[in-house]
Ligand binder design. Structure first.
Ligand SMILES: Nc1ncnc2c1ncn2[C@@H]1O[C@H](COP(=O)(O)OP(=O)(O)OP(=O)(O)O)[C@@H](O)[C@H]1O
Ligand SMILES: [Mg+2]
Length: 653
């Protein structure tokens, strides 16, 4: 990764940004609407009745589909509808699909809409992020034509104006517009219509509303603080004594403070953070709210509320909750969706990339090309469950989960393997832990360059100094660091260095492959090979063939069948008009790479062997180093380290 050039072209971006801001505010202004309920019925309702009668679940489902409107058109609906979350959440597509399916079913009127959605997952696993995306998605959608929402003006519940239509006229309304009105006016609105309009609801003012968390419009958040002082008034409000003094009647809805979180969330979503930490009394209220769509407060009849509750909790809290027998009935009224950690190291690496690029500590810090992938490999190793299958160790499983080919295991096995260990991803290291370890290393070392080996040391340090972990777990995690280095990093860095020893590795490898094929064909047909320069003929170069084949341990007795297989593959490629490429034959590729590498191995010996390298040696080393920098994403510091690291590896082989 290269440091970002922050100031590049800053003029253009500033101007662009101001443009965006002003078009945003223009749009926002243009969309406002105000009028009486009569005008609303005449101007807004016709043609829009279905959209205007949507419940919060239907609204959220439409919002999700709206955000996915540009996604691949032939993908299934529930895949497109998770597009909103894919902006920021990686590697948890399956759980995201479950969340999306919940809204789809709830919008269709299924019973799941009457159960509370509870996201259950390990710390820093993306639950809050998912909730934030949903909230931002709602805010954005409410500003579009499709997402236009209207409310009785001044109502603390922003209730749907259609609720003004009296019950006795609703059947006629349904016949005319094809939609059912199920909502009820709140005590506040009933009083408002009577007091200010003598019951003439057609004159009641209506306005378009824009969901906004900061202004507590249609989006509410509740986080439990100290349970002993927590008051149910935070959720449902209380008598406003100052107003009672003014109005003189405690039962007057105007004397009630409608500031509770459930009112803020009306028409939209209520996010309940750490829901299982709240008092039981609160939990009952919320479950009734989801199930019956109303809340009961002391002075008023039931208050109808249309909103979606999105709750989250962590595993420790959940297990505690499960232990209490009387909670069983409550669990029955929740839809629990697990939000685990990512299990593909490639996705995990994207998460780190995201976190790192937003953190000031990383500004102008160069990471060598494997730092994040290597950290991710460690992260996933801590999350995987051991497989019962013979020969399938954790590194192999990890590669399968990342979609890589593993010899002897079909790619489709990944799903089945995961099904064998369903708790996988619910434990292990969190993205935060890893990113904190990296940023500590950077701040402490006051460095502008971090290499993979330095990363491993930083992680080791963080593990050893973590007070929450016991010795056994520390040991297990440090073993994972060793595995990540041996099974992944060594291979990656060797490959970089090998390649950097050639001006054009791909070209030379291709030439060598073609030479190998020519010689094989000659040897199979017992033909003579003609030297292109001297014109002399000779027999196939058996020594060359064997020296390539020995790199991948093709035995003398197995060489014929190996050669035949390679030729057959080459013929197939030839028939379809393509060149036989190294990428299409993994074993051949390995053989050729090894062969080429051994040819140049001496260059690396120069790195260590000569205490005082002569000019020629220095020149050769510096060329490799420069290629690592210009073509393989290293900086000078990490290129040097990679070279000497690979040299040490070679000495051990
Ligand atoms: N799968 C993921 N994809 C992208 N980013 C992720 C993912 N999981 C976690 N993160 C990032 O890690 C950070 C922590 O995640 P978040 O706060 O959403 O977790 P949480 O589940 O709410 O944790 P907690 O239980 O501790 O509240 C966030 O910056 C988030 O963007
Ligand atoms: Mg959280």
């Amino acid at each position: 990764m290269r440091p970002l050039a922050a100031d590049q072209n800053s003029h253009g971006t500033t101007a662009d940004f101001i443009d965006t801001l002003s078009s945003f505010s223009r749009l926002h202004r243009a969309q406002r609407w105000e009028g009486t309920f009569g005008e609303f019925l005449g101007n807004i309702l016709p043609g829009n009745a279905v959209a205007l009668a949507r419940t919060s679940h239907e609204y959220i489902w439409d919002m999700l589909r709206w955000h996915g409107r540009a996604a691949q058109p032939d993908a299934p609906e529930s895949v497109r509808a998770r597009e909103l979350f894919k902006r920021e959440l990686f590697g948890i597509d399956e759980p995201l699909s479950r969340v999306v399916d919940y809204f789809k079913a709830a919008a269709a009127g299924s019973d799941v809409g009457r159960r509370l959605l509870l996201m259950l997952g390990p710390p820093s696993g993306g639950k809050s992020t998912l909730a934030i995306l949903l909230k931002r998605g709602l805010e954005e959608y409410s500003r579009t034509d499709e997402g236009a929402l209207y409310a009785i003006r001044g109502s603390p519940l922003r209730e749907n104006p259609l609720n003004l239509i009296p019950t006795s006229l609703r059947a006629e309304f349904r016949d005319r517009y094809g939609v059912n009105i199920s909502g009820e006016l709140s005590p506040w609105a009933r009083d408002f219509v009577e007091r200010d309009f003598e019951g003439d609801f057609v004159r009641v003012p209506v306005e378009r509303v824009f969901l906004n968390e900061a202004s507590r419009i249609g989006i509410g958040t509740y986080a439990p603080h100290d349970p002993t002082t927590a008051d149910i008034a935070d959720l449902v409000g209380s008598v406003d004594l100052a107003k009672v003094a003014q109005i003189g009647d405690e039962g007057d809805p105007r004397a009630w403070s409608w500031s509770g979180a459930v009112y803020a969330a009306s028409r939209g979503v209520l996010e309940m953070i750490e829901i299982l930490k709240v008092k039981r009394e609160f939990l009952y209220l919320l479950l009734t709210l989801t199930q019956e769509k109303n809340v009961k407060v002391s002075r008023f009849p039931l208050i109808h509320l249309d909103e979606t509750i999105l709750a989250h909790t962590n595993l420790a809290e959940f297990h505690k909750f499960l232990q209490e027998k009387e909670n069983e009935a409550l669990l029955d009224r929740m839809v629990i969706i697990k939000i685990p950690y990512a299990l593909s190291y490639r996705d995990e690496s994207r998460i780190y990339q995201k976190l790192v690029s937003g953190a000031p500590a990383f500004r102008n810090v160069h990471l060598d090309p494997h730092v994040l992938n290597l950290a991710a490999v460690f992260g996933i190793l801590t999350r995987l469950g051991k497989s019962e299958r013979e020969g399938l160790d954790l590194p192999k499983k990890l590669r399968l989960y990342a979609g890589e080919a593993v010899e002897g295991v079909p790619e489709t096995e990944a799903t089945r393997l995961h099904a064998e260990t369903p708790e996988e991803g619910m434990t292990g290291v969190s993205p935060r832990f890893v990113v904190n370890a990296i940023s500590n290393a950077i701040t402490r070392g006051n460095t502008h360059s971090l290499t993979s080996m330095e990363l491993l040391l930083a992680l080791k340090d963080s593990i050893e100094s973590d007070a929450r972990m016991d010795a056994k777990q520390k040991k297990a995690w440090i073993d994972h660091l060793v595995t990540a280095r041996k099974e992944f990093y060594n291979r990656w860095v060797k490959e970089d260095v090998h390649r950097a020893m050639f001006a054009s590795f791909e070209e030379e490898a291709q030439q060598l492959l073609e030479k190998y094929l020519d010689e094989v064909e000659a040897s199979l047909d017992h033909r003579q090979v003609t030297d292109p320069i001297t014109g002399e003929t000779r027999a196939a170069d058996e020594r060359f063939l064997r020296s390539v084949e020995e790199k991948i341990k093709v035995s003398d007795s197995g060489k014929m069948s190996f050669r035949q297989e390679v030729v057959r593959k080459a013929m197939v490629a030839f028939k379809t008009g393509e060149k036989f490429k190294l990428v299409s034959h993994a074993r051949m590729r390995e053989a050729i790479e090894q062969y080429l590498f051994e040819e140049r191995r001496d260059v690396l010996r120069l790195v260590t062997s000569t205490a005082r390298p002569d000019d020629d040696a220095r020149q050769k080393i510096s060329v490799v180093q420069q290629r690592l920098v210009s073509e393989y994403g290293y900086d000078e510091h990490s290129a040097k380290e990679a070279l000497s690291y690979v040299t040490t590896l070679l000495a051990q082989e």
